[in-house]
Design a protein around this ligand. Structure first.
Ligand code: 13P
Length: 252
């Protein structure tokens, strides 16, 4: 069975003090009311070390939103997978559409990042998803398959066990437009079939596939009720304790 997960992606929000406050608030809320799923918060790099000290890692896992495609050295401004791991973080988001689009991250660059993250003992939230144009041309299946083939399908089955897939249709990110539960389930089932083709049915059944894109407490129960949706990767609604907790509670 795939793990059920609710993960937050803070993106470029919250200064250090605000981030600490949010992490503390979530930690308290989940100590008082234990979640029925794994919870991950992915924060900007500068928050990681401090947030790692604050949270109960048995209840909340910590992740970064990115890491470098180089191991170490003269790469001014970059943060390596090893550095991320040394903060106490357990995860890293890779392949987010915002990084693919605004920072020109290609499948080859992402493959390097994937390898370095795994070599340093991080688990990966690997994002895939089509644009509106691609969906209108009915290319979504080909797009997500190519994204997997381009950056994670070179892994062994053992390595692939450290990959969580996040399906995030670009047209649903931050737009308030959610994929319907049926639309999401259809492509999640396809993604699982592609993983099964590559790694076999057992690995596919054990792979968590999260939905992301305008997911909130009001639509999470319907999305999470689908057999191939194992949770969510949450942007905007991860920035307030009550909103994020509302989504976590969808697993109750
Ligand atoms: P929103 O939840 O703000 O639409 O963002 C989704 C996302 O991109 C998470 O990685």
């Amino acid at each position: 069975m795939a793990k059920k997960i609710v993960a937050g992606n803070w993106k470029m929000n919250k200064n250090l003090q605000e981030g600490i406050e949010l992490a503390q608030g979530l930690n308290e809320a989940l100590a008082a009311d234990k979640p029925n799923c794994d919870v991950i918060i992915c924060t900007p790099f500068i928050h990681l070390a401090k947030v790692s000290e604050i949270i109960n890692h048995d209840v909340i896992n910590l992740g970064a939103e990115n890491c470098a495609d180089k191991a170490s050295g003269a790469y001014t401004g970059e943060v390596s997978a090893e550095m991320v791991k040394s903060t106490g973080a357990e995860y890293v988001i890779l392949g987010h559409s915002e990084r693919r689009e605004y920072y020109n991250e290609t499948p080859e660059i992402l493959k390097e990042k994937v390898d370095l993250a795994l070599a340093n003992g991080l688990k990966i939230l690997f994002c895939i998803g089509e644009s509106l144009e691609q969906r209108e041309a009915n290319e979504q299946n080909a797009v997500v398959k190519a994204e997997l083939e381009g950056s994670v399908f070179h892994l062994s089955a053992e390595q692939f066990a450290n990959i969580v897939i996040a399906y995030e249709p670009i047209w649903a990110i931050g737009t308030g437009k959610t994929a319907t539960a049926e639309q999401a389930e259809e492509i999640h089932a396809y993604i699982r079939s592609v993983v099964a083709e590559k790694y076999g049915a057992e690995v596919a059944a054990n792979t968590s596939i999260l939905y992301g894109g305008s997911c909130k407490a009001s639509n999470a129960p319907e999305l999470f009720a689908k057999p191939d949706i194992d949770g969510g990767l949450i942007g905007g609604a991860s920035l307030k304790v009550a909103d994020f907790k509302g989504i976590i509670d969808a697993w109750k």
